[in-house]
Design a protein around this ligand. Structure first.
Ligand code: IVH
Length: 701
């Protein structure tokens, strides 16, 4: 067989195998066979670049060439959805829609995937490009990155020309795994957004993104199926990945069954009256899904009715998104400031027109990094929606209206706003490389004194800035030698406050070694990391310093939770001269530099159990203290309630997790019962086992 035919054959086989594995979830080839064919194709393409097609499966590994994302016009209108915030609103919308339509209707219910909206363009059955949504008219060309996603077909089963809308996302379990290397990323969506906008497609390829597609736009109207179910079935036939979690609502369950059977789609067959309870059911069950959804989408099934209903300026009248309650508010971006964190990391922050949100007034919201800003296409003066997800700091979610002042997408300056050093890009973030940058110094000191660390919280960021600016505290150890009396007489600083500072400094000398270690800001050594080190045998600073002097990676990797990468980071940080000086001076100041091992006499009463925690507690504040008690007794702790969760520890408040637990039959334990399980019931702390750290540690990793 000549090479050209061999390459074509390998391409066909590999694409079919990729589809079977990544789209259908039914592998047809062993890994070994796959790899052998893949390697052969790579070899042929290397020797004969003219045989390499744009749709070759070897594109999936990406390239190390950096690319930018040129703006390209969409050939379809890329609209967003009108929103409802209660099941009742969706029911009313459905009633209204039925009244305004002249024929009988049915509605398809889909999950609203919390990912990145992408439009895929195909010509004659071949992938030609992928664009972000952008402003709906023009998007960024992210083709090279999207091509690395195995579930995106590069060739379709028929030579059709069409545009397909879908959501690129990252499964929760993949996010949890990858988060360890990049703990700053808040959620799967942000990680997916970062991956889609990587400059090197080889970096995108390393993240197991996938896609669900949900709308198709055929260039030849004659080919367009008659209803949404048929569109989904056709997209599936062409090779796309369709979300199987669907429901159809019509006048009766029998009618729904009939329509589903006609389209060849398996889904829940329901009637109009079931809509509210179905939405409630999914709301309760959503935490057990493998991916994140932020709502449900109700769509008119019949395309002729869709056409008759038409569009407003921003959204179709034939669909509505039911958003799960995350408090949201609309406000205006007054400016963007650029913050320098203790590690030098640059964070752009939107300065907002103050707005009430979830019980507080929001004035600022994080914009994470340049990629996030680019994805939002955010400019100063834009109207935006801000959200609070969980208890985290608010984030700008969406640009609702562009500014009228001609401002374009905000670009972070190339130099540090504080010390003017030229910023460096590392992964998705920019960093100020100057370790002596005043903001980094202040940040390191504030991290050390924070409540979660050495708990010297009377000496907060404001006081630290004052002490630094007066030249009194220039590094962490100066906190222990500083003449605080010099503050007296400065505006806002009286004797009482200075007394509190001195007390905090004295108190901090009693913090256990693990806390001191966690407060130094070593890479990968947060509260949990410090615990792991101490438990793993590094129960004194001397031992740590010795291991780092000896470059003894194995002394670290002997501890099961520590890999070579982390070990090397810790070793390098401990070899740093500034860090050494800091450590020496802190020892002189009288801080705890060793710690007796915790007695391992605690009964492993929660062994084999999987616990989630929700709400707030009287005896476990912060809540992480409860997690620690669970873990010490053998429990595995998880952040969401799923089918595998055995118990939910529920404090005051705590909404959706409690509901999920009820829906899934997970045992719910309240604080009083938990205390008695720990043997802590009774007055005060009388029954509390002494674990030597008196609850000072923070376990926010
Ligand atoms: S339909 C013209 N269906 O939600 C209607 N959107 O504001 C197009 N999304 O930009 C949207 N899952 O990124 C639709 N099953 C789904 C969806 C979905 C997620 C996203 C999409 C869109 C946004 C709506």
């Amino acid at each position: 067989m000549d090479l050209k035919r061999r390459a074509a054959r390998l391409t066909d086989e590999l694409l079919a195998a990729q589809k079977a594995y990544y789209v259908d979830g039914r592998p047809i080839m062993s890994d070994l066979e796959y790899d052998a064919r893949f390697d052969e194709l790579v070899r042929i393409e290397r020797a004969h670049p003219e045989l390499r097609s744009d749709t070759s499966p070897t594109n999936r590994v990406g390239s190390d060439l950096t690319g930018d994302f040129p703006e390209v016009s969409h050939t379809i209108p890329v609209l967003s959805l009108d929103k409802a915030y209660s099941a009742q609103e969706v029911v009313s919308w459905m009633d209204k829609t039925m009244k305004s339509a002249s024929s009988r209707l049915s509605f398809v219910e889909e999950e609203k995937i919390d990912g990145i909206s992408i439009v895929l363009y195909y010509e004659d059955g071949l992938f030609v490009r992928a664009l972000t949504r952008g402003n709906g008219y023009v998007g960024n060309d992210v083709s090279e990155n999207i091509k690395t996603i195995r579930a995106v077909p590069l060739r379709l089963a028929s030579p059709v020309t069409l545009a397909v809308r879908g959501e690129v996302y990252l499964a929760k379990k993949d996010f949890e795994r990858l988060k360890e290397a990049d703990p700053e990323v808040a959620n799967p969506r942000n990680m997916a957004a970062g991956a889609v906008r990587r400059q090197k497609s080889s970096e995108t390829a390393a993240i197991p993104l996938t896609i669900f597609v949900y709308e198709g736009f055929w260039s030849d109207e004659g080919e367009t199926p008659a209803n949404h179910l048929a569109i989904l079935a056709e997209l599936r036939r062409l090779g796309f990945r369709i979300n199987p979690h669907l429901a159809l609502f019509s006048s009766s369950r029998e009618e729904s069954e009939k329509l589903l059977a006609e389209a060849g789609i398996e889904a829940r067959a329901l009637e109009f009256g079931d809509l509210a309870s179905y939405l409630e059911e999914i709301t309760l069950r959503r935490s057990s899904l493998e991916y994140e959804i932020d709502g449900m989408v109700t769509k008119v099934n019949e395309l002729d009715v869709r056409e008759a209903l038409g569009y407003t300026e921003h959204h179709p009248r034939w669909a509505i998104a039911y958003k799960f309650e995350s408090p949201q508010a609309v406000t205006k971006v007054l400016g963007v400031t650029v913050q320098v964190g203790r590690t030098g990391r640059i964070t752009p922050v939107a300065e907002l027109e103050p707005v009430a949100l979830g019980g507080s007034t929001v004035r600022r919201a994080t914009l994470h990094n340049q990629e996030y800003i680019d994805e939002l296409e955010l400019a100063i003066g834009d109207s935006v929606s801000v959200v609070k997800r969980g208890d985290v700091i608010p984030a700008v979610e969406e640009v609702l209206e562009k500014n009228g002042e001609g401002n374009t997408t905000f670009v972070i300056p190339s130099t540090c706003p504080t010390c003017s050093s030229v910023l460096e890009k590392r992964g998705a973030h920019l960093f100020c490389p100057n370790r002596q940058c005043p903001d980094q110094v202040k940040g390191r000191i504030a991290f050390f004194t924070a409540r979660d660390q050495m708990d010297m919280d009377s000496i907060g960021p404001k006081a630290i800035a004052k002490l630094y600016d007066m030249g009194l505290v220039k590094d962490i150890p100066d906190l222990y030698t500083c003449d605080y009396d010099r503050l007296i007489g400065e505006k806002g600083y009286g004797e009482k406050m200075v007394r509190a500072f001195k007390d905090a400094v004295e108190d901090s000398k009693n913090r256990p070694f693990a806390t001191v270690l966690a407060s130094l800001g070593l890479p990968e050594v947060g509260g949990k990391g410090a615990e792991i080190l101490v438990k793993g045998g590094f129960d004194s600073m001397d031992k740590l310093l010795k291991a780092s002097d000896d470059n003894d990676v194995e002394a670290f990797t002997r501890i099961p939770q520590i890999g070579p990468q982390t070990a090397n980071l810790i070793i390098a940080a401990l070899q740093d001269e500034d860090m050494r000086g800091r450590i020496r001076r802190l020892e002189e100041a009288g801080l705890q530099f060793s710690q007796k091992q915790e007695s391992s006499s605690l009964k492993q009463i929660f062994q084999g159990q999987v616990w989630a925690v929700t709400g707030s507690f009287e005896h476990f504040n912060p809540r992480t203290l409860a997690l620690k008690e669970l873990e010490k007794r053998g429990a595995r702790t998880v952040s969401s309630v799923t089918g595998k969760t055995t118990h939910l520890l529920a404090g005051k408040g705590g909404g959706s997790k409690r509901q999920s637990a009820q829906a899934l039959g997970v045992e719910i334990v309240d604080e009083a019962r938990f205390l008695s399980m720990l043997g802590w019931s009774g007055d005060g702390d009388g029954g509390k086992e002494d674990d030597g750290d008196s609850g000072q540690l923070s376990f926010g990793f």
